[in-house]
Design a protein around this ligand. Structure first.
Ligand code: ADP
Ligand code: MG
Length: 687
């Protein structure tokens, strides 16, 4: 550079660069500050490196980077004491923007500021998004004069030598009208907090304040806004548990203490540091997502890691820092980046290893925290095959007594008693210990173990377990009577004869609380409940799953259906049958005999018409046929009316049904009140 003053045109192939920077990149204007500050940090770090290898022998001095707001002049200045630039370097790094295929690219990424800026190293030029004029005052650490560069947001610039003592660079932005928000101290403070909190060089903005004479006033001391040595940059050996918790609070001031942390420290095949925290996740997992912050050499990149790490890991909190994570690129680019992919699967592995370590070394602690970890671990097992492979060794099942087992341990425990006649292992579970109490008790009395499955994803998860674990089936305790939950070869004999059973059916059917109750009879232990309400595992699970996933509407809209199971061996049921026989036995038998007769007539008619086609049958015969059908129907109806009336009059029937409803927490409101009244009535009669 011979002359002391130079004028020129910034060398870009596209004349449109400035209007594009200004107009099209509006989505993310605020990133200009991150870009300028990270340039200042780079320049400072470079100088430190040069000094450490002896290539710079001058005084380093105070290396604080300063952000200075001047509301009057409408300027925002970022000032550093780093390497600085010579006129030649300005020419090379600022004036000649390396551009190839610019226009094509611009068209494609018009909307994605980050992509353009990152792709072309437009970091510095992003300052034109908010300024109508930008100045660079800089003095290199090398010998030579200071220079001043200035540009008004068009492709023309000026460059001149000036006098300046101090080494380093000031970037002065003359903030334009539309961007006056960036002249607000609070706005800049917020941006610094977002992007610069953990940068490795101290950054000063404003002064520390003190309370004096009833108000806050500035002191002479710079206010440093960043923590230059955040915990993740230190060695794990130098940190205590309190340090980790303290750092967690620095990141998330309002959060509960985390359960565990992992300190990541990888330098091959890529560089990665970071601290991940396991938060307590009980429910509502959507709210808890996306708290991880991504950094590149302590420069903040994003706090939305969705699509970058596996979905279940977004439930973790903390920071990840890798120089291999490109700083200024679009989200889609990040997601497809090979380094990012490797990092992501590495983290999955590390997380699994860490959990395994805690499980192995302090099982008790692991069990204590399982309830808070479960959603995270199960969700990971459900969605990431690789995580399943590792986690199946330490994932736990919890039973209704609050004991925890690994999958292998649990299998050993239930194998003997809970294998059905087909060799399938039956896992019994409850969603609600109170609601399903009587079923849990019945199962336990039979020597079965019952798991508790009360999590948000449990229905999905047990489907997954059935797929993964060999020959196993999950059944909720109330999906059948205890004797049939696990199908064994030996069926019990019934003490109730079939005729009485067929009479009792309409007696109970007439008294069920609503549509959708099917009356069935089972020969159970005589100490099992007389009436039990069950709900089929399959249809209930389908409904739950469709509720969760929003799909499969067919199942969602199906009405609930229940089985009213009558224990045909229970003394009360047998007594009721005897009473029924006494009161209506003759009548009912009469109807039954009549039905038998009509059915015999039906049979002979059927034989007669067997070889005839429908149009060969005479009208007379057709009439006879439908007459007989009607007679059967009519007779059955008459019989059932009498039996239903018995059901209605005999308070025991309703009482038994209500007790079954009560045992499953289904008796409420008016029905509950009626039950109480009836019970009092029954007690008074007895006394
Ligand atoms: P990048 O940082 O990706 O290289 P920038 O557009 O942000 O792209 O900066 C271009 C170049 O200008 C930098 O590489 C550096 O050489 C030079 N530069 C920018 N800011 C400074 C600064 N504060 N001190 C010294 N050099 C700087
Ligand atoms: Mg830069």
């Amino acid at each position: 550079m011979e002359t002391s003053k130079q004028q020129g045109t910034i060398n870009v192939t596209s004349e449109n660069i400035f209007p594009i920077i200004k107009k099209f990149l509006y989505s993310d204007h605020e990133i200009f500050l991150r870009e300028l500050i990270s340039n200042a940090v780079d320049a400072t770090q470079k100088l430190k490196t040069l000094a450490s290898v002896g290539d710079f022998t001058g005084e380093l001095g105070d290396l604080t980077i300063r952000v200075i707001l001047d509301k009057k002049k409408k300027t925002l200045t970022v000032s550093d004491r780093g390497v600085g630039m010579t006129a030649k370097e300005i020419d090379k790094y600022i004036n000649e923007i390396a551009f190839s295929g610019a226009e094509e690219f611009m068209k494609k990424y018009k909307k994605d500021a980050n992509a353009i800026i990152g792709h072309f190293g437009l970091g510095f030029y992003s300052s034109f998004m908010v300024s109508d004029k930008v100045e660079i005052i800089t003095k290199s650490h090398k010998k030579g004069k200071a220079v001043s560069w200035s540009c008004k947001g068009n492709p023309e610039y000026t460059l001149e030598e000036i006098d300046r003592e101090d080494r380093g660079t000031d970037i002065i932005l003359h903030i334009d009208k539309e961007s006056s928000e960036f002249l607000e101290e609070s706005r800049i403070q917020a941006l610094l907090n977002k992007y610069s909190r953990f940068l490795p060089v101290p950054i000063a903005f404003g002064k520390e304040q003190e309370w004096k004479d009833g108000k806050y006033i500035d002191t002479g001391k710079d206010k440093i806004i960043n923590n230059t040595e955040p915990a993740w940059t230190k060695k794990p050996a130098d940190l205590t548990d309190e340090d980790y918790t303290k750092f967690y609070k620095e990141l998330y001031p309002m959060s509960e203490d985390p359960l565990f942390h992992i300190h990541l420290n990888v330098d091959y095949p890529f560089n990665l540091t970071g601290i991940l925290y396991f938060p307590k996740i009980r429910n509502n997992y959507e709210v808890q997502k996306n708290k991880i912050q991504l950094y590149s050499n302590q420069v903040y990149v994003t706090d939305s890691v969705e699509g970058i790490v596996p979905d279940f890991l977004t439930l973790l909190h903390g920071v990840l820092d890798s120089p291999d994570i490109p700083l200024n690129v679009s989200r889609s680019y990040l997601q497809s980046d090979q380094n990012v992919k490797k990092i992501s699967s590495h983290i999955t592995k590390k997380v699994a290893d860490r959990l395994n370590e805690i499980f192995t070394n302090s099982r008790e602690q692991f069990e204590q925290k399982w309830d808070d970890l479960k959603l995270f671990i199960n969700y990971g097992m459900l969605t990431e095959e690789k995580f399943w492979d590792k986690a199946k060794e330490f994932a736990l099942l919890k039973n209704t007594d609050g004991k925890y087992f690994t999958y292998d341990e649990y299998k050993e425990i239930i194998k003997g008693n809970q294998t059905d006649k087909n060799g399938t292992l039956v896992y019994l579970y409850a969603n609600d210990k109170d609601e399903q109490f009587s079923f849990i008790r019945a199962a336990k009395e039979k020597g079965y173990d019952v798991l508790i499955m009360d999590g948000q994803f449990d229905t999905h998860f047990l489907n997954h377990l059935e797929e993964k674990l060999e020959k196993s089936h999950f059944v909720r305790v109330d999906s059948d009577v205890v004797d049939k939950l696990i199908a064994k070869a030996d069926a019990k004999d019934s003490k109730l004869d079939k005729t009485l059973e067929s009479w009792l059916n309409p007696v109970f059917k007439s008294q069920v609380p609503a549509e959708g109750y099917f009356v069935t009879f089972e020969a159970l232990d005589d100490n099992a409940h007389p009436v039990i309400i069950t709900q089929s595992e399959w249809s209930r699970r389908m409904k739950e799953m469709s509720k969760l996933s929003g799909g499969m509407n067919f199942y969602k809209d199906l009405p609930d259906s229940f089985n009213l199971v009558i224990n045909s061996n229970h003394p009360i049921v047998l007594h009721l049958a005897e009473q029924l026989k006494e009161v209506h036995g003759k009548e009912a038998s009469g109807f039954d005999e009549e039905i038998v007769k009509i059915k015999a007539d039906q049979e002979s008619l059927k034989k007669l018409l067997k070889d005839k086609k429908e149009d060969e049958i005479a009208q007379e015969e057709k009439d006879k046929r439908s007459e007989l059908e009607k007679q059967v129907e009519e007779t059955e109806k008459q019989r059932n009316e009498i039996l239903a009336a018995f059901g209605k009059e005999n308070p025991v029937v309703k009482q038994l049904i209500d007790l079954a409803l009560l045992a499953t927490n289904r008796l409420t409101g008016e029905a509950l009140d009626a039950f109480v009244q009836r019970s009092i009535g029954l007690l008074s009669n007895d006394n």
